[in-house]
Ligand binder design. Sequence first.
Ligand code: RFL
Length: 390
Amino acid sequence: MVVLGAGPAGLTLGNLLQRSGIDCVVLERAERAHLVTRARAGFLAAHTVRILERHGLAEGLLRYGQAHSACEFRTEDGRFRLEYGGLGLGERHTVYPQQLLVGDLLTRFLAVGGRVEFGTEAVAVLDADTGRPSVAVREADGRPGRWQARYVAGCDGRHGAARRSLPAGAVRRYDCDHGVSWLGLLAEAPPSLDAVGYAVHERGFAGHMARTSEITRYYVQCERGTPADAWSEERIWEELELRMRAKEYGPLRRGPFVQRSVVDLESDVLEPLRHGALFLAGDAAALISPSAAKGANLAVLEAEMLARALTDDLLHGDPTGLDTYSARCLPYIWRAQEFSHWMIGLLHRPARPGADGSSPFHDALRRSRLASLRTSRSRQDWFAEHYVGV
Ligand code: RFL
C-alpha cells in the first residue's frame, strides 16, 4: 500500500493500516522538520477526538489540548455569545495545533514500524485503472523512482499528484470560489478572549481563535490579490481592533506575527473519491474553506473509513467497503461544505460591491441570519450540532 502525503489524512491512514498488519509506505514531499512546524488547523471536533482515541492516537491531544466551547459574535447590532458546548449534542472542540497532531501521528507511525520517505515527491499515479498501479516519484536526491502497490491512497492535498493523475472525465469536480480572501496570522500573543471571536464589520470580517496559551490565530478579510506582507504589524493590529470593536469590548493582547498567509476561500468536491486502485482522502478528496474548521476533521474521518475498507479487502477479501467508500464519505463532506458555506454568508458582507449577491438586500439577510442565531434556541442547537460535528 502506498500513501501519498503525511498530513492528518495520510498519517491517520498509515497508522491504522500498519496496526492491522498491512505493509504501507508514506511518500512525503516535505522534510520532517517542515511537517511538524507547519501551522494550520487547530479546532478538532469531538468525533475526531473519539476516532483518534479509539486507535490509541490521542495521547498528546488529550494531555495538552484545550477544551473549547464558546464563540462570540460582534456585529453592528451588538455582541452575543453562544456557549455551544451546552447546545445541540453538547459537544466541545479540542484545540490542538495541527503541527502537534501531525508530529504525534508521525511518532506513533514510526514506532509501530511505519515507513515514511521524506523529501520524496510523487509525480504521477500510473495505471490506477489496472490491478498494478504504481507511483512515479522524484527521490530526495532528485533521481526518478517508482513505487508499486496494490492500492494507492491520495492524501496529498489539493495540489498533489493524486488529483493531477486523474484522467479527464474520471471524476466530476464541483467547485466554488467564495470571492473572499483572508489574511491568516499567527500571533505570538495569548488569546484575547475565552471564546472564538467572529467580527462582522463594514470594513470586512475579522476572526480570533486560540491556539495555545501563547499563540493566537487571527484572520482579517482582505482584498483578493493582497500580498501577505502588504500590511505592517501596526496596521494589522489597528484593523483587528477596529473590526473586533476593541474600544467597546476590550483591547486585544498584541504580540509579533510569526506567520502570515493569504487564504482565498474556495471549496471543491470530487466525485467519486476513487479511480480504480486510487482512493482520495482529506483535502485531495474535497477542499473546504477554513470558515468552519472542518478540513482536518474530515481528513481523519475519511482516513478511518478508508483504513477499514482497505483492511476488509486486503485481509479478508471483502471489497464491499472499498466499493462503497466514496458514497459513504460524500454525505459527510457535503454536509460540512453546506455548513461552511452558510458560515461564509453569516460572517461576510457581500464580497464584491455591485456584483451579484452584493446588494443591501443580501446585507439585511445576513443581519437577520445573525439575529435568528442570537434569539432562536432551535437555531442555536442546529448551529452547535453542525459547528462541532462532522
Ligand atoms: P495536508 O495537511 O495538506 O497534507 C498533505 C501532505 O501531502 C504532501 N504532498 C505531497 N507529498 C508527496 N508528493 C506530492 N506530490 C505531494 N503534494 C503534497 C504535503 O507536503 C503534505 O504534507 O492534507 P490532509 O492530510 O488532507 O489534511 C487536510 C488539513 O491539513 C486541512 O484540511 C486543514 O488544515 C484545514 N484547516 C482546518 N481544518 C480543521 O479541521 N480545523 C481548523 O481549525 C482548520 N484551520 C485550516 C485551518 C486550513 C488553513 N489553511 C492552510 C487554509 C486554518 C488554515 C489557515
